[in-house]
Design a protein around this ligand. Structure first.
Ligand code: LMR
Length: 403
């Protein structure tokens, strides 16, 4: 049946256990049928359909989100539910993964989603079991991760979050659609994506991304400000490598108003010594000022990264995403999740853009990020089903948010 209105007055606050869905109108508002464990469903009454309005809607897609009660999700979910990411004819089901600690907050998130009256939002499922929440997912946005605690080495951080992403990879492997696109945001996101991928062999390795669009957006902003132009004039910006302080924001191949960035900003010293470290460490500066990690801008960049995959890339341009290096044209070690220039036809897939100029300055820095990711992979190889690799991290490199 086609669906029209998002929220009928009979459905407010209704939480119904999966498999025991009841007609919304039969259950009093706010009355939960079970303790909130497992997957719950906020289901909209479809009895008063506006057939005309929904006639051309596409089949519903399911978007699973981990860390769903966190700050990033608190911005992102509303963008997705509003139609901003997938368009005005794409109804969505949100499947929100929380933890025992956050499950009540998650109900609050669902209430707010309901109160927004988004016509395209057809269903909200809440749960703390990845194997239920990821069922039939078309997209999995893996946002939840723990920050490094006091005295923890990078290896400890990798281990702690790696375990979580191995579990989530297994769950995706078992229950998500085989075509599911996975966007890893929880840090250290490149290596978490690699672990997740290794534990989900049923999914195509090319469907995994780690988010570096935030770094690309940061770079575009700083270049535009320096050049005194609108942000849209800045194009062809690549972030190479890891979402860490070794990332390489590429001003060599970037363009401003269609011209080479280095011709428009004729200040190599600024580009190398100010712009580059500013992008690498911007997350940390923000934490210093805000007292917490970036949330709104991260959410915007996740939406941008998703849109980049479902919209054809402008002729001649590209976007950054950390993807599997298998068969890459830049000689980067295979089997890493590494940020590179990508293009999409808009069908959810991508290709790596070939032929960017890699000068000595870029080569040296790209190599450093590659080594960092290679070391990270050795440290978590046991989570990827490979025994015997040694974990050697020579330099305790940082996430953008760590200082
Ligand atoms: C960012 O780049 O803002 C985040 O990745 C920072 C962090 O470490 O949480």
């Amino acid at each position: 049946m086609m669906m029209g209105k998002t929220c009928s007055k009979t459905t407010s606050n209704l939480l119904v256990k999966r498999g025991e869905r009841q007609k919304a109108r039969n259950t009093p508002a706010g009355k939960e049928t079970n303790a909130p464990l497992g997957v719950f469903v906020l289901e909209y009454d479809a009895s008063n359909e506006d057939i005309e309005k929904t006639r051309n809607w596409k089949p519903i897609i399911k978007i699973a989100v981990s860390g769903a009660a966190g700050m990033i999700s608190n911005h992102l979910l509303f963008k997705i539910a509003s139609g901003e990411v997938f368009g005005p004819d794409q109804p969505v089901a949100l499947r929100l993964l929380g933890s025992e600690r956050s499950q009540v907050a998650l109900e609050g998130v669902a209430m707010e989603l309901e109160d927004c009256l988004f016509p395209l939002l057809r269903e909200v499922d809440l749960g703390i079991d990845a194997k239920k929440v990821f069922e039939d997912a078309d997209w999995a946005l893996l946002i939840g991760a723990k920050p490094r605690g006091p005295g923890m080495e990078r290896g400890d951080l990798l281990e702690m979050n790696g375990g979580l992403f191995a579990e989530q990879g297994k769950a995706l492997n078992e229950v998500a659609k085989k075509t599911c696109k996975v966007m890893v945001v929880g840090n250290p996101c490149n290596t978490n994506a690699l672990i997740c991928m290794a534990n989900a062999p049923n999914l195509d390795r090319r469907n995994f991304h780690a988010l570096t669009r935030l770094d690309e957006n940061r770079a575009k902003c700083q270049l535009a400000l320096k050049a005194g132009v609108f942000y849209e004039s800045v194009s062809n910006v690549t972030i190479w490598g890891n979402h860490s302080t070794t990332q390489v924001p590429d001003f060599v191949n970037a363009k401003i108003g269609g011209e080479r960035c280095t011709d428009v900003i004729d200040d190599q010293t600024w580009l190398e010594n100010d712009f580059t470290p500013a992008i690498q460490t911007r997350g940390g500066l923000l934490i210093k000022k805000w007292g917490r990690s970036s949330a709104a801008s991260t959410a915007v960049s996740i939406a941008d990264a998703m849109k980049a995959l479902v919209t054809p890339t402008k002729e001649g341009d590209w976007f950054s995403s950390a993807v599997i290096t298998d068969g890459n044209p830049y000689g980067i070690e295979e089997g890493l999740v590494f940020s590179m220039p990508c293009r999409s036809k808009g069908d959810g897939s991508y290709e790596i853009v070939e032929g960017l100029k890699i000068n000595d300055w870029l080569r040296e820095r790209i190599k450093k990020s590659e080594e960092e990711l290679s070391n990270e992979r050795s440290c978590v190889s046991h989570l990827m089903g490979v025994e015997g690799a040694s974990c050697v991290i020579l330099e305790d490199t940082l996430l953008p948010g760590e200082m």
